[in-house]
Design a protein around this ligand. Structure first.
Ligand code: FAD
Ligand code: NAD
Length: 475
């Protein structure tokens, strides 16, 4: 049967997105309690922490993708998946408008999906702050396609720099890799790129050994603002040794096809514009609100003052709505937009929804017993006792504590087999950096990979790139 009607005795739970938040929810949700519908333009889960490693081939992209269909097959009951993007949500009529964004289209490309309960886990899009030229000329680093594009361009820059009779200035431009944004995405990418150059490109294309440069541009006075002071200093020192140029207090104002223009604030407070010619530009300046979320926010008066996403209450209910929850990067719950937060929020909602279903089942049972109380007066003592027990159970289940985030720590790879870590340990903080931390980073990330298949593929990729070097083919 290609289309099965939803079970009318169950509520329809629609989940938007297949990222960290939504997949964590699905993983722990007792799906047999609801008609579950998952909608996302991406039919896989992406393990984002290892995405920077895909830009250089340290890890192959398919090793960090897990097909949604594999995940859904393991669930009980029927879970429907539509590969589509939600374009708008109507909280009055309780429907989501969706459309097919993929290349192949059928005769139906747009339709509506009704919901009783809706979870929004659509993540965020790349912030550009309206800076001219960013969308046209730079690469982002958020999706698999972005990493593939970067990988291709790095080698294109190298091969074009080697083109016969290329001028020295043009060689320098082509081999200048500029990263904008000194958050963890920019820092991890810069580290991976420098590794690629040091460990592989330099050996195979020795002619460019002294010309390849990586520059990281950050608007604030330092990189990695969420890490502790000593780890920031460690990272900056390590980058200096690795010959990654860091330009802090430098704000990119304009992006041209072959150069970026940035305003630097000098120690005496004066401002100056510098132009950085580049071959590859990677833009990693954080998150912006997706259109579908902005559209919903504009329909809800209670969201008027929210800027960074959907304001939610302590149960992750979107403020000013009923039956709509938001998790992850699109929700504003007072936490950083990280995978760690999104995953915990998803898990919380799974528990909440499992409880809601149990509550309803218990309430139904109590109703049934109460009515039989009148019909069977002889058994009334027993029935009353049973009811009292169920009511106690119900109270226990209904007493769901609000969502509370538990921070496990921050980890980032900074290149040359070194990592930095701010770890929460027995209520205290431990800051660690270096090669041991790198091994910790690797083991932590492997253990977090979605499936055993992903874990083995990632380990295999690491071994392969260590033993044979990364692949320089520009595919
Ligand atoms: P996402 O994981 O982005 O998922 C959003 C989902 O919604 C996707 O499936 C998307 O296709 C789908 N979607 C988009 N638009 C629509 C629509 N209109 N309708 C329906 N579906 C839609 N965090 C950490 O804690 N640790 C790390 O090491 C780390 N490393 C990172 C490295 C990189 C390179 C990046 C980019 C991020 C990293 N993060 C890390 C941050 C982390 O990835 C995000 O915070 C996390 O992905 C947020 O989860 P989410 O579920 O909100 O969104
Ligand atoms: P971010 O928001 O953390 O950092 C973006 C940086 O870009 C900021 O420091 C900002 O000052 C700078 N910036 C903005 N505009 C600029 C401009 N015009 N010129 C120069 N600099 C500019 O973004 P991110 O690194 O993409 O991270 C996004 C989220 O994902 C964060 O919450 C982060 O913690 C999380 N993340 C975590 C990890 C990790 O834990 N290893 C890795 C990647 C991302």
């Amino acid at each position: 049967e290609p289309q099965v009607e939803p079970d009318p005795s169950k509520k329809t739970l629609v989940i938007l997105g297949t990222g960290w938040g939504s997949i964590s929810l699905l993983k722990r949700l007792d799906t047999e309690n609801y008609n579950v519908v998952v909608i996302s333009p991406r039919n896989y889960f992406l393990f984002t922490p290892l995405l920077p490693s895909c830009t250089t081939g340290t890890v192959e992209h398919r090793s960090i993708m897990e097909p949604v269909r594999t995940i859904l097959r393991q669930k009980k009951g029927r879970v429907t998946f539509y590969e589509a993007e939600a374009s708008s949500i109507d909280p009055e009529r309780k429907v989501v408008r969706i459309f097919d964004t993929s290349e192949i289209k059928g005769s139906t490309t747009e339709t509506e999906v009704p919901y009783d309960m809706l979870v929004i886990g659509v993540g965020a899009e790349n912030a550009t702050f309206g800076i001219p030229g960013v969308r046209e000329h730079s690469c982002f680093l958020k999706e698999i396609g972005d990493a593939q594009k970067i990988r291709k361009r790095i080698m294109d820059c190298v091969e074009t720099a080697m083109f016969k009779d290329q001028s020295p200035e043009e060689i320098d431009r082509l081999l200048h890799m500029v990263v904008v944004g000194g958050g963890p995405t920019g820092v991890e990418f810069a580290g991976e790129l420098q590794d690629f150059f040091q460990e592989d490109i330099k050996k195979l294309v020795p002619e460019i050994a002294d010309r390849f440069r990586v520059t990281l541009i950050e608007a604030l006075p330092n990189v990695l603002p969420m890490f502790s002071r000593q780890l920031i200093e460690y990272t900056e020192r390590s980058f200096k040794e690795e010959k990654i140029n860091i330009h802090t207090k430098t704000v990119v104002k304009k992006v041209n096809e072959k150069s970026v223009e940035a305003e630097v604030t000098r120690p005496d407070g004066t401002k100056e514009t510098i132009v950085f010619p580049y071959g590859l530009l990677v833009w990693a300046t954080g998150n912006a609100v997706r259109p579908v979320v902005r559209d919903l926010m504009s329909k809800i008066p209670a969201q008027k003052n929210s800027r960074r996403g959907l304001a939610v209450n302590e149960y992750l209910v979107v403020q000013g709505t009923r039956d709509i929850w938001a998790i992850g990067d699109c929700a504003v719950a007072g936490y950083a937009p990280t995978a760690q937060v999104a995953a915990q929020e998803g898990t919380f909602l799974a528990r909440l929804f499992n409880n809601m279903a149990k509550t309803e089942a218990l309430e139904e049972k109590i109703r049934h017993l109460s009515s039989s109380l009148n019909l069977e007066p002889g058994n009334s003592a027993e029935i009353s006792q049973e009811i009292a027990e169920l009511e106690r159970k119900l109270r226990r289940i209904k007493d769901v504590k609000p969502f509370q985030y538990s921070h496990q720590g921050s980890l980032a790879y900074i290149g040359s087999e070194k990592a930095v870590a701010d770890i929460t340990w027995f209520n205290g903080n431990v800051a660690a950096a270096g090669s041991l931390t790198f091994l910790f980073w690797r083991s932590a990330y492997v253990s977090m990979c979605f499936s055993m298949r992903n874990k083995l593929l990632v380990i295999n990729d690491w071994l392969k790139s260590k033993v044979f070097g990364r692949d320089l083919s520009r595919e």
